[in-house]
Write a protein that binds this ligand. Structure first.
Ligand code: FES
Length: 219
């Protein structure tokens, strides 16, 4: 199936949404990020560095995907994503184009759909190789669908990852983002910061023990 456009799902808000958010954050922190299998299960999308955008970002004109230092609220991407399917969505902001793909072996991946060259929209071409490829039609840029790494063309950086998780009911949620080339642990530790000391501690984030001490001192 080719890339499917669908309207962005409603965000999880309100008391139930907050609880779901906390649950999802706990879940990703509880997952081991030390194995490739777990990484790919959690993983995700990306958005990109921009050439024109690089100037714009430097000038503070354009928003850069994955740039937040705090965790964005989790967002439901779709109710179900079968092998061989992809879905376009917006995350973390309404302007941030992203893409989720379920590969034939069941692996779920997500990336920013903004090419790191000149910010054209990236698509998944299913019929290229075993897993297909992420393709930018503007200048023939190609990214590895399992990693987001550049495999051909002018894009200067990998696609930023969007972290996805799947709930028991089969729904797929976006839960965090990484900057281009940033590891899962680096991205989550940066965004957990001092505000989520428990999951940060379970991930082994630098400074987590201090944050937990401060937290327990306040209770
Ligand atoms: Fe994607 Fe140029 S904008 S390859």
């Amino acid at each position: 199936m080719s890339v499917t456009e669908q309207p962005p799902p409603p965000p999880a808000t309100g008391p139930d949404g907050d609880a779901a958010a906390e649950q999802l954050r706990d879940r990703i922190s509880a997952d081991s990020l030390t194995t490739r299998r777990d990484y790919l299960r959690i993983v995700a999308t990306v958005s990109g560095g921009l050439a024109v955008g690089g100037v714009g970002v430097a000038a503070g004109i354009l928003h850069r995907h994955g740039d937040s230092d705090t965790l964005p609220p989790p967002k439901k991407v779709t109710g179900r994503l079968a092998p061989g399917q992809s879905v376009a969505f917006r995350y973390p902001g309404d302007e941030d184009q992203a893409l989720a793909v379920r590969l034939s072996d069941g692996t779920l991946v997500g990336y920013s759909a903004v090419c790191t060259h000149l910010a054209c929209a990236v698509l998944w071409r299913e019929d290229r190789g075993v897993d297909g490829e992420l393709y930018c039609p503007c200048h023939e840029g190609v990214f590895d669908v399992r990693t987001g790494e550049v495999t051909a063309g002018p894009p200067p950086r990998p696609l930023p990852v969007v972290f996805l998780t799947e709930q028991a009911d089969g729904s797929v949620w976006a839960i965090a983002t990484a900057r281009s080339g940033e590891s899962a642990k680096e991205a989550l530790c940066r965004q957990f910061g001092d505000s989520h000391p428990e999951p940060a501690g379970r991930l082994g984030c630098p400074g987590a023990d201090r944050a937990r001490s401060n937290e327990s001192g306040r209770t």
